[in-house]
Design a protein around this ligand. Structure first.
Ligand SMILES: C[S@@+](CC[C@H](N)C(=O)[O-])C[C@H]1O[C@@H](n2cnc3c(N)ncnc32)[C@H](O)[C@@H]1O
Length: 212
């Protein structure tokens, strides 16, 4: 993903969805399947929801799920997909700029799945606000690329790849309220553009806001 870090984020991601990622995989994130299986469905919010696959999957598991994204094109496609599946009440989407504000509300689950950008994104502020929006007992799941994929190591600035420790620190959560359930590197097999399969590393951080 070659880009100018000074580029306007809205313009960058609109262009990305209009010209590069034009279709959805239709598959939810595997790590979300594993984590959500252990949680009681409630109100969920996905930050940087893209085409909405994760939000729609959560809705299918009984969550009232909301997703937001800076790209109006991605949001429109996510809404259309939810409507096709008859899930427009359970899976709702809105356009947002998370660097400005998170959608209103408090949530039982907030997810930030590969919420990484080669252009401006106030990621630490977003994660700390997200922790503050958890209902008591609510969970925040952060999954992020720990390194660029081997097929494009030079194309992405290394500054957008946090460590597990940096993810936790970014949440800036009061120690008395923070329960860390998982903070680890996980691996997954991914296929590169040349068809070759490679093992990629992700940071996985799952925390819970303690009840008083
Ligand atoms: C790397 S993609 C990950 C998308 C999706 N969560 C996934 O797992 O495939 C990052 C997403 O964050 C969105 N995004 C980037 N900056 C944003 C911002 N300031 N506010 C809201 N969404 C943003 C992009 O439009 C994009 O959909």
């Amino acid at each position: 993903m070659i880009s100018d870090p000074q580029q306007d984020p809205n313009a960058f991601w609109e262009e990305f969805y209009r010209t590069k990622r034009t279709t959805s995989t239709g598959r939810a994130t595997a790590a979300l399947h594993r984590i959500a299986a252990g949680l009681t469905p409630g109100l969920a919010l996905d930050l940087g929801a893209s085409h909405g696959d994760d939000v729609i999957w959560l809705a299918q598991q009984g969550w009232l799920a909301r997703g937001c994204d800076i790209s109006e094109t991605a949001v429109a496609r996510a809404r259309a997909r939810a409507a096709e599946l008859g899930l427009e009440q359970q899976a709702q989407f809105e356009r947002c700029d998370l660097s400005v504000a998170l959608p209103e509300g408090e949530f039982d689950l907030i997810t930030a799945l590969y919420l990484q950008s080669p252009v401006a994104l106030s990621r630490a502020a977003i994660l700390s606000q997200a922790f503050g929006r958890l209902r008591p007992g609510g969970h925040l799941l952060v999954l992020s690329h720990a390194a660029p994929p081997p097929w494009s190591p030079e194309a992405t600035p290394s500054t957008i790849f946090p460590t597990v420790g940096e993810e936790l620190a970014a949440m800036d959560a009061p120690a008395a309220e923070l329960e860390v359930i998982a903070a680890e590197i996980v691996t997954r097999l991914a296929r590169g553009p040349d068809g070759r399969e490679e093992m990629l590393e992700d940071n996985l951080v799952l925390v819970r806001r303690r009840t008083a």
